[in-house]
Ligand binder design. Structure first.
Ligand code: GDP
Length: 290
């Protein structure tokens, strides 16, 4: 089983099953309670936690463990399968020419993530470029430019221009040599109408193959409104969760995944361009349950 990193109280509940071949209701209830506790403290939405608990409970009590399987392994397998269903598979990202549009609120980590993604694609042998259209946040241009230099990837931006849509259009032309274009957009502190109008226009100008929502791991239930709005305006195909090097476990992002019918693409775990990894369910599940 890939769950090697379980929290101590869940592990001790599971360890109590050592030597047992059948599960009774009390065993299942105790394990489900531990899982609920971990997931709720990791910011997973209550209704998602309840659905998951019901599925685990039903399966653990109804399904016969296959011959030779201990009660502990049986329930662990069910927990893992149901958790995989909850967090989903990684967003498909073919290693081919494409345009990716990034959306998210200010401070979520979009600019940093744009450079990180570009770096990631460069390690796969593609030629990426970042197009910086954020004219709203002072410093966004310099930050993006410096990070792209560090990542050794192409960069387009125009510190003197003030029309993000025009920058996006020109950026697409200026980066014609690139395989993968990552278009960074301005965030705001909240979901204001002009933010939505602007990103819709940029979306029309760059015609992205996929749009990714960048979310801070600490987002909690605030993810719901954002996800809904961006889904309605540009359509969200995947999520990048940033700042997983902090204490937040990123369970709130699952609300966004659920709300947009998408999946998680990348995880960010630091401030440098290399601090990015492709989402992979088992590590994330261990983290949520840990
Ligand atoms: P934007 O406003 O969405 O473009 O956000 P930025 O890319 O400017 O990021 C906001 C802050 O979060 C900056 O100080 C970044 O260095 C920091 N940041 C972004 N991603 C991560 C991450 O994965 N881990 C940590 N620790 N900091 C991050």
């Amino acid at each position: 089983m890939v769950l090697d990193d379980l929290g101590t109280s869940l592990r001790s509940s599971l360890d109590k099953l050592q030597g047992k071949t059948r599960l009774d209701e009390d065993d299942v209830e105790e394990i489900v309670k531990e899982i609920q506790r971990s997931l709720l403290s990791a910011d997973v939405d209550v209704s998602l936690v309840m659905e998951l608990s019901d599925s685990i409970e039903t399966r653990a009590l109804e399904e016969e463990p296959p011959g030779g399987t201990t009660a502990r392994d049986h329930v662990l397998k069910i927990v893992y399968e149901e958790m995989v269903a909850l967090v989903g598979d990684s967003t498909a990202l073919p290693l081919e020419p494409q345009t990716i549009l990034l959306a998210g609120l200010q401070g979520s980590g979009k600019t940093t993530s744009a450079a990180k993604m570009a770096w990631w694609f460069s390690t796969k042998g593609l030629r990426p470029a970042v197009i910086q259209t954020d004219t709203f946040r002072p410093g966004a241009y310099d930050q993006a430019k410096q990070m792209c230099e560090r990542a050794e990837v192409d960069f387009y931006g125009d510190p003197d221009a003030d029309d993000p849509v025009e920058i996006a259009r020109e950026g697409m032309e200026a980066t014609a040599d690139a395989d993968v274009r990552i278009v960074d957009t301005a965030g705001r502190h909240a979901l204001e109408d002009d933010l939505i109008a602007e990103i819709e226009e940029i979306e029309r100008a760059v015609d992205p193959d996929r749009s990714l929502l960048v979310l801070d791991a600490a987002i909690g239930q605030g993810a719901k409104d954002q996800a809904r709005q961006f889904e309605a305006s540009i359509g969200i195909d995947g999520v990048m969760i940033t700042k997983l090097d902090g204490t937040a476990k990123g369970g709130g992002a699952l609300t966004a995944v659920n709300e947009t019918g998408s999946s998680i693409a990348f995880l960010g775990s630091g401030e440098t361009v290399q601090d990015i990894e492709r989402f992979e369910p088992s590590g994330f599940i261990s983290r949520l349950l840990g």
